[in-house]
Design a protein around this ligand. Structure first.
Ligand SMILES: CC(C)[C@H](C(=O)O)[C@@H](O)C(=O)O
Ligand code: SF4
Length: 426
């Protein structure tokens, strides 16, 4: 019986030849990602036990992102805690406010996380980095404390779900639509504690930005992580970021690897998909119902990348956000923000009547910079539409691709972006 990529990575980090789903392992961590929300609790645990040290300052990446720039005194204190720890421990990979952005997107672009590595963080969307062929997962503050202190973490070896995506997606159908369709089919607990391994000719052609959107959402199906095998697209992405193939280990799943579940999706059959409140698995075809929106949000670690902003600009160019709709666009990192400015996207956004915000998690989780009020209705490019996720518990959140968000912002009702793209081409 062969092994999957995830099993091979875990075995290598536990000093084992092979591992079997269900066993408990203690693994070494190659990288620990820290933000200001969950790290302070882990640090307190260590301090209280007189264990205030880091296993290796070079292997810790710190990125304040959720509540920055601080919107209140408590947030300012969380930021201070992270910053003073970073300074005290000599952690060089610190992406301060103004130099970073949303931690997962900063990390994927940094060249610090490499294929074959293990990454943990006190954040559930750590699975994002799995697109680079790494085993990346979120952990609680206690495990985070252990990883910071010892560079070790325990895992129960997950089963793996194989997701084969075949065929060509039609115009206006993006990786976000594919992942929303997968979650619709398998359910929000459909991949509970499994690795979601993406394969197929659609994946083979997909760029890294699209792959990150897929692995990022693994947690929305209950997955332990998402993963994509290294190929030329991965190698080139890393090379551009200064990482050569000799600097990392590539793992491929064996042909006889054991998968708990296999599903196949034909991308040509997928439509622009919208996940209705209040669960990401509640997908329907965009435009099925004419749902008026009050807010449109483009951003987050799922869909705040430059390719997302370009798609939005394509729809907003020469158009206006509908009266009564508040559109907020949040480039995921400072570098993406700058790139959007250089490409002239900012001008398109501003001319359309959208607000462009600074890189942060703010609106995504209803913390700041776009909190929803009672009965607001938001179409969002983010990943979660739970009750109260973006603010008031009576607000309704619909998840969609950046293109669908942009099209809906223009019409004021949830809209299939293909109708807008057709107009633009006339
Ligand atoms: C604040 C953090 C712990 C949380 C997470 O882990 O997911 C946040 O990023 C989110 O998306 O809800
Ligand atoms: S952008 Fe949203 S989902 Fe991603 S880490 Fe921040 S709060 Fe969590």
């Amino acid at each position: 019986m062969g092994s999957t990529i995830a099993e091979k990575i875990l075995a290598a980090h536990a000093g084992r030849e092979t591992v079997t789903p269900g066993e408990l392992l203690e693994c070494t961590t190659d990288l620990v990602l820290c933000h200001e929300i969950t790290t302070p609790a882990a640090l307190r645990m260590l301090e209280e036990r007189g264990m205030d040290r880091v296993f290796d300052p070079e292997k810790i990446v710190a990125v304040p992102d959720h509540s920055v720039p601080a919107m209140n005194i408590k947030a300012a204190q969380m930021y201070q805690k992270l910053k003073s720890w970073v300074q005290d421990k000599g952690i060089r990979h610190f992406y301060d406010v103004g130099r970073g952005g949303i931690a997962h997107v900063v990390l994927e672009n940094s060249g610090l996380i490499k294929p074959g590595q293990t990454l943990v963080s006190g954040d559930s969307h750590t699975c994002n980095a799995g697109a680079l062929g790494a085993f990346a997962t979120g952990v609680g503050s206690t495990d985070l404390a252990g990883a910071i202190y010892a560079g070790r973490v325990w895992f129960k070896v997950p089963e793996t779900m194989l997701i084969r995506v075949i065929g060509e997606a039609g115009p206006g159908v993006t990786p976000k639509d594919i992942v929303l369709e997968v979650i619709r089919q398998i359910g929000a607990d459909g991949a509970n504690y499994m690795v979601m391994e993406w394969v197929g000719d659609y994946i083979d052609r997909l760029d890294m930005e699209g792959r990150f959107t897929l692995t990022n959402m693994a947690i929305e199906a209950g997955g332990k992580t998402g993963i994509v095998a290294v190929d030329d697209i991965t190698r080139e992405y890393l090379r551009v970021r200064g990482v050569e193939p000799g600097e990392y280990t590539e793992y491929q799943s064996d042909p006889d690897a054991r998968y708990a579940v296999t599903i196949e999706i034909d991308a040509s059959q997928v439509q622009p998909t919208v996940a209705y409140p209040h669960i990401p698995s509640n997908g329907r075809v965009a435009g099925t119902d004419a749902i008026p929106v009050t807010h449109a949000y483009v951003g987050s670690c799922t869909n705040g990348r430059i390719s997302d902003l370009r798609e939005v600009a394509q729809i907003l160019r020469g158009r206006r956000v509908a009266d009564g709709v508040q559109m907020i666009i949040v480039p995921a990192t400072q570098a993406i923000w700058k790139q959007a400015a250089v490409e002239g996207l900012m001008e398109i956004f501003v001319d359309a009547g959208a607000t462009v915000s600074y890189p942060s998690c703010g609106a995504c989780l209803g913390m700041h910079t776009g909190v929803l009020g009672p009965n607001d209705v938001c179409i969002s490019s983010s990943n979660r539409n739970f009750v109260g996720r973006m603010g008031d518990p009576t607000a309704q959140i619909y998840l969609a691709s950046p293109a669908t968000v942009a099209a809906s912002a223009v019409t004021g009702v949830i809209t299939d972006p293909r109708t807008m793209q057709a107009e633009a081409a006339d």
